[in-house]
Write a protein that binds this ligand. Structure first.
Ligand code: GAL
Length: 851
């Protein structure tokens, strides 16, 4: 038998041990310092991955990528409205297969935090609570209301029982180590008056009575009763203290990016600042930290919250929407996790000593009884670097950074120094390819089929009444769409019919969006902005003598998902007037309106195989452009390669899309304001806020829409689009998301992980600094576009040589990297000419192509 080196066997053995540990019942308790699992203290790095925001085929890969990134725990909410679409009717299939998801986490040898909620916020439709519950008479959400409590307890118990059945709680040998009830209720509790506190205490007791054998948590719940642990959600939680000295300091939501709404620019949180916040948390005795989100994923179908949350829930997370590691973010956090883990023993088994090293510089030192010592040294100055002296050694601390010293001597990591690779990701366009040979031309020409909705009431009206109804109370969110229609008689003597002057349509709405048709022609489109759904507009229209049809298509774009009493927030028209009559302005608001809920195509499910033939599609190889209310259907080939796929909708207006009956979701390449606050480069120093580092001002918020690979058949895929206001379907494309280039930029003085050298105190770890490059699976480095050892500047994709440059840099890097899937280039004397500009700190910059 081939002998395996011990170093290879250790991870294998430890994962076997881990497995056996979690397949037997584990005792999960806590004290003021940490969770204690079977008597062992735990320092845990956790990652939010919401199962319905990807597809089961992606789950193992996502969990594995998290594990490789140094994650110990996966965290997910439970999505009530996905699981109980109507009262007592449960759904746990496909993306909602919670049991399968937990098993995948378990099989990866990881722990799980289950945030049952069941109110979750999460930028998820209605905060996760089923819309039907709002219509159970007498129900008020999230307060001391018997109906709400009944249904909440019912669902919580259902989920707990399901988890128990599968033996998923750690107390039963499963991966679940913590469970959450409610979500950030403490922030709204007082607004609910008396009922608020009563409800919060009831929720805690109801949870405890479930006997799950592991601790419960409540986030942002300042009065969480013992033994429920209150936890922190924020961009920073170093200053957080739990509400009792017996509870440990847990951070349930560290936001490594932020969500988007249609019409706002892309938020980015720099990796240096995320790492800073995490390091500060552990420096200040935190022991469980979770990234919300680690993989954001996609709000498929109509699952996004609102108003206006985008279909993409990418979140600028360490794993991108499509499942690819986002570098350098993912890699930098991986390095951070490794550094923190080196300190675990000392951190968890001693009390810190805080040393002030300067006005905004401090060290927290942990020394355990065995003598193990770890220190975190921070500089919270958001402008200046500082040199500090700690234990007679001086350390250079970049502004807004933390250095981690697992032996209280050597810095293995500084949060501001990014050594991990940067990946450049491209969306490679691929035109839609016809699957079917066109009967006329005998060629593979895209054969479109088109069905146009009627502007106004189709089929029978749902009801007629004077004045307006609330949009959401009427659709009950079974669809985004509600037609408000009326008619108007215009006297032949009206001035505007003669003089050629124009009447104006004046509309006010609670939201979220609207298309106005006059005599079947689209005359105006309007919507709210940001998270304010209300809007009003006035637009010129033309009217004819006699009867005129006014048909207003009102739309929701995701229901409210948070805020006190959010379930009562309405939508739809509040005022409709037409100005320019001989007698002035006519108010149509109180006259008779005829209502129709949803679209005909939706009603007949023409996007699904079973409904597809229920309308008469018109075949054409030249589908109409800029035509409102149009359904397009086309059968296409599967895009080549195996990269994830985005549907490029840049030339479309607004609507819904499906592939093979699966709901891709809402599309709306709505542009963000050109005048918004966007940055060229993000300064990571200083407190992060969602608006701090946005990009893409004046560009569509969301151009590509994720279509999971698993939704494609080997051939003949049916793509169905419903376009509301007009677009050019011939420009729709698939795009393959590909990591095309990898870059590294690393300086000679970068902290090194060569722990053997620092542990023995022998070698100067400067010599061990290295750049690492890794191509995505099944690709290799095919060329080196740029390499310079010296004083290169710039960023990945645009590096330039400096005054100091080793002319052999490229051949050196090629020697180590060409045709390899992964390579390491040490910044050693053997590799580079160290006589070059000896008085400067030199760097190596590399840009390589993966193919
Ligand atoms: C928190 C909430 C999460 C999510 C987050 C923002 O307040 O608990 O569910 O909505 O904000 O992404």
């Amino acid at each position: 038998m081939e002998e395996k080196p011990l170093s290879l066997l250790i991870p294998l053995l430890s994962s076997l041990l881990f497995f056996s540990a979690i397949s037997q019942a584990a005792n999960v308790t806590y004290d003021r310092r940490s969770l204690i699992i079977d008597g062992r203290r735990k320092l845990l790095i956790s990652a939010s991955i919401h199962y319905p925001r990807s597809v089961p085929e992606m789950w193992p890969g996502l969990v594995q990528t998290a594990k490789e990134g140094g994650i110990d725990v996966i965290e997910s909410y439970v999505f009530w409205n996905g699981h109980e679409p109507s009262p007592g009717k449960y759904h746990f299939g496909d993306r909602y297969d919670l049991v399968k998801f937990v098993k995948i986490v378990q099989q990866a040898g990881m722990y799980l935090i289950l945030r049952i909620g069941p109110f979750v916020a999460a930028e998820w439709n209605f905060g996760g609570v089923p819309v039907w519950l709002h219509y159970v008479p007498g129900t008020v959400f999230r307060t001391n209301n018997e109906h709400f409590k009944y249904y909440m307890q019912n669902f919580t118990t259902y989920i707990v029982d399901l988890m128990k059945q599968e033996k998923f709680f750690a107390s039963q040998g499963g991966p679940i180590i913590l469970a959450q009830i409610e979500n950030e209720y403490g922030d709204s509790e007082s607004i609910y008056g008396d009922g608020g506190k009563k409800y919060a205490m009831w929720a805690a007791q109801m949870a405890l009575s479930q006997n799950i054998g592991v601790p419960w948590i409540m986030c942002q719940q300042y009065d969480a009763p013992d033994p429920v642990i209150n936890t922190c959600n924020s961009f920073y939680c170093d200053h957080f203290t739990p509400n009792s000295p017996n509870k440990p300091k847990f951070w349930t939501e560290n936001w490594p990016g932020w969500f988007q709404t249609f019409g706002t620019a892309n938020p980015h949180r720099p990796p240096q600042d995320i790492a800073f916040s995490v390091a500060r948390f552990f420096q200040k005795s935190g022991s469980v930290q979770n990234y919300y989100m680690y993989h954001g994923g996609t709000n498929f179908g109509r699952t996004s919250g609102g108003p206006f949350i985008t279909t993409s829930y990418d979140y600028d997370a360490p794993i991108d929407e499509y499942g690819l590691p986002r570098n350098p973010k993912w890699g930098h956090l991986k390095d951070l996790h490794r550094a923190i883990k080196l300190c675990e023993q000392a951190l968890l088994n001693s009390e810190p000593t805080s040393l002030k090293l300067g006005l905004l510089q401090e060290a927290d030192v942990y020394t355990d009884s065995s003598g193990a010592c770890a220190a975190f040294i921070s500089n919270t100055d958001d402008k200046y670097d500082h040199v500090v002296v700690f234990r007679n050694v001086s350390y250079n601390l970049p502004a807004w950074s933390v250095s981690i010293l697992p032996d209280c001597k050597n810095v293995v990591f500084n949060t501001a120094k990014v050594g991990s690779q940067t990946s450049m990701v491209e969306m490679i366009p691929e035109n839609l390819q016809a699957s079917v040979i066109s009967p006329d031309e005998g060629l593979k020409v895209l054969q479109w089929e088109v069905f146009v909705e009627k502007a106004g009431v189709w089929g029978e009206a749902d009801f007629v009444q004077n004045g307006f109804v609330d949009h959401i109370n009427t659709t009950k969110d079974t669809t985004d769409y509600l037609w408000y229609t009326t008619s108007l008689d215009v006297d032949e003597n009206e001035g505007f019919l003669k003089k050629g002057s124009q009447p104006f349509l004046l509309v006010e709405s609670k939201g979220h969006a609207l298309h106005a048709f006059v005599n079947r022609e689209l005359k105006a489109t309007a919507s709210g902005n940001g998270t304010n759904s209300t809007f009003k507009f006035q637009k010129p229209i033309s009217l004819k003598g006699g009867k005129n049809e006014i048909a207003l298509l009102s739309m929701t774009v995701g229901l409210q998902n948070a805020g006190p009493f959010y379930e009562w927030v309405g939508a739809g028209l509040t005022s409709v007037k037409i100005s320019g009559f001989n007698n002035g302005t006519k108010d149509l608001s109180t006259q008779t309106w005829t209502y129709k809920i949803g679209l005909q195509g939706e009603h007949l499910s023409i996007y699904k195989p079973e409904g597809m033939n229920k309308v008469n599609w018109v075949s054409t190889s030249e589908p109409p452009k800029n035509q409102p209310l149009t359904w397009y259907k086309v059968v296409v080939e599967t895009p080549s390669g195996n990269e994830p796929i985005g549907l490029d909708m840049i030339d479309m207006g607004k609507g819904l899309a499906w592939l093979n009956g699966e709901e891709i979701g809402r599309y709306w390449p709505r542009k963000s304001s050109r005048h918004g606050k966007c940055v060229q480069e993000c300064n990571y120093r200083g407190k992060f806020m969602p608006d701090k580092c946005r990009t893409g001002c004046g560009k569509p918020t969301q151009r590509w829409y994720h279509v999971p690979r698993s939704w494609f058949k080997s051939s003949k895929n049916t793509l169905v689009i419903f376009e509301e206001k007009g677009g050019d379907p011939t420009k729709i494309k698939f795009s393959r998301r590909k990591t095309s280039k990898v870059c590294a930029l690393i300086s000679e003085d970068h902290p090194s992980f060569e722990i053997e050298s620092w542990q023995n105190g022998t070698e100067n770890n400067k010599n061990k600094v290295a750049a690492h490059l890794k191509c995505p699976e099944s690709t290799r480095i095919s060329s080196v576009n740029f390499a310079s050892f010296g004083t290169p500047t710039g960023t990945c994709g645009s590096y330039v040589k400096g005054d100091c440059h080793d002319p052999d840099s490229t051949s050196m890097v090629e020697r180590d990297c060409l045709n390899k899937s992964e390579c390491t280039i040490e910044l050693t004397e053997q590799n580079f000419n160290k006589d070059l500009c000896p008085s400067t700190t030199r760097k190596l910059a590399v840009e390589a192509v993966c193919s």
